[in-house]
Design a protein around this ligand. Structure first.
Ligand code: PLP
Length: 422
């Protein structure tokens, strides 16, 4: 597979180059040159297939010739030493739990695969520089911890993330440095963007982004849609997916899986009140405004980075894209009401992001399997779920955090301060 920048720059790139560069020299995101079609027999016989089997089939076309199939197999095995169980809650209603990895959020799927790619493909020393609104940081810190030749610098907004999230980012030490910025997530993202645009610094430090602008994070996420279908009861031959969305990386992966031929029936992207895309679909006017803080903080985003990739999957046709993806947005009050409803009707404890996913399932027709993605474990957000009385199952990686100490470095809200640090 070759990769192209969304704004063409007269050449194509290998997977290795696209991952290493994050963005093309013209600042554009990389996308696969074409979307491969899955083998029909694979789709027919997907029931019961493991994540590893699905990964081998779905990822092969995207990483050939850069990784051999033995290397791919090794990457999948080391990255995904946990599963994505599909839980049936009610008649035709399912939750796909994507939080069984070490950071207890779905980002482990993309970030851990990316870390394996670095082990397999790169020998030079690199610096992973990443801004986080909460969950990316934890996934990046644990995935790249202790990898020789990889320095990790994570920027997070002071007092804007949960204590569990902060412990995940800032308590590991070794090659992982946490910088606590006096500002919000947009400020952190702006600093990272500024530093990536400084050619000298970028090449001297060999900066790499682990945000979902990096194609290595996006591609592996197509696999858990297959794993969900593999676990559906016999009576369903397809499923509809409701995806809690912020930067729309997860939703983009769903659309790629669908275009490859997986039977994803309907797809719904759900946002909190930071709803630039749902508003765009309603009004035709794209208006990015500063974000508001919500209970689903990993989705507090003003401009969804992956949206241009979604548009490109539909030849930049507004109508085709609107036809392919349903959208909805809900307030914090509706989020809490949905968390309570999940508890009262199904005895299921969900994090606020997941509760938004549940809300999206109401948009699907009822003769399809209605699946919402659980993007994080509820105990990542104990502040929000404290009023929920149901017994919340523990998560081993979260239990282990409480004996650790936060050790972050405070920096001013400026690119200069972070550059000095680097
Ligand atoms: C990152 C995140 C999201 C949003 O995912 P995108 O791919 O950015 O749309 C949703 N829920 C949780 C818990 C997250 O960490």
């Amino acid at each position: 597979m070759r990769y192209l920048p969304l704004t063409p720059d007269s050449r194509s790139y290998s997977f290795t180059e696209a991952v290493r560069l994050n963005l093309a020299a013209n600042g554009s995101l990389f996308v696969p040159e074409s979307i491969p079609s899955l083998n029909k027999d694979f789709i027919k016989s997907i029931r019961g297939a493991s994540l590893h089997e699905i990964g081998m089939e779905m990822l092969q076309p995207f990483i050939t010739p850069d990784l051999s199939s033995t290397q791919l197999s090794q990457c999948i095995k080391s990255a995904w030493n946990f599963d994505a169980p599909l839980i049936e809650l009610g008649d035709g209603l399912f939750c796909l739990e994507l939080f069984h990895g070490p950071s207890a959020a779905f980002k482990d799927f993309g970030v851990r695969f990316m870390a394996e790619i670095f082990k397999a493909l790169y020998t030079e020393e690199v610096t992973i520089l990443t801004a986080t609104s909460g969950d990316t940081g934890g996934a990046v810190a644990s995935a790249f911890l202790g990898i020789p030749g990889v320095n990790v610098v994570i920027l997070y907004p002071e007092d804007k993330i949960s204590r569990v999230q902060e412990l995940q980012i800032a308590s590991l030490g070794e090659n992982v440095v946490a910088l606590k910025v006096k500002g919000n997530f947009d400020d952190c993202q702006k600093i990272v963007k500024t530093l990536f645009q400084e050619g000298g610094l970028k090449s001297q430090k060999r900066l790499v982004s682990a945000n979902s602008i990096n194609i290595a994070r996006l591609i592996p996420q197509i696999c858990y849609y297959g794993r969900a279908l593999a676990q559906l009861p016999q009576k369903f031959s397809s499923g509809s997916f409701s995806v809690p969305s912020g930067n729309f990386g997860n939703c983009t992966s769903a659309l790629i899986a669908q275009q490859m031929g997986l039977p994803l029936d309907q797809i719904c992207a759900v946002t909190n009140v930071n709803n630039v895309i749902p508003r765009y679909f309603d009004s035709g006017i794209f208006e990015a405004v500063p974000f508001k803080e919500t209970l689903s903080n990993a989705m507090d985003i003003s401009f969804p980075n992956n949206f241009p990739r979604m548009e490109s999957l539909y030849g930049n046709s507004f109508n085709d894209l609107k036809h392919a993806v349903k959208t909805a947005s809900f307030s914090d009050e509706e989020t809490v009401a949905a968390m309570n409803e999940l508890q009262n009707r199904f005895s299921y404890a969900a994090c606020p992001h997941t509760a938004l996913g549940y809300k999206g399932t109401a948009l699907f027709h009822s003769d399809t399997a209605r699946i919402f993605l659980s993007t994080a474990h509820p105990l990542k957000f104990p502040e929000t779920i404290s009023h929920i009385s149901v017994n919340v199952p523990s998560h081993p990686a979260l239990d282990a955090l409480h004996s650790r100490q936060i050790q972050s470095i405070s920096v001013k809200n400026s690119a200069d301060a972070v550059r000095d640090y680097l």
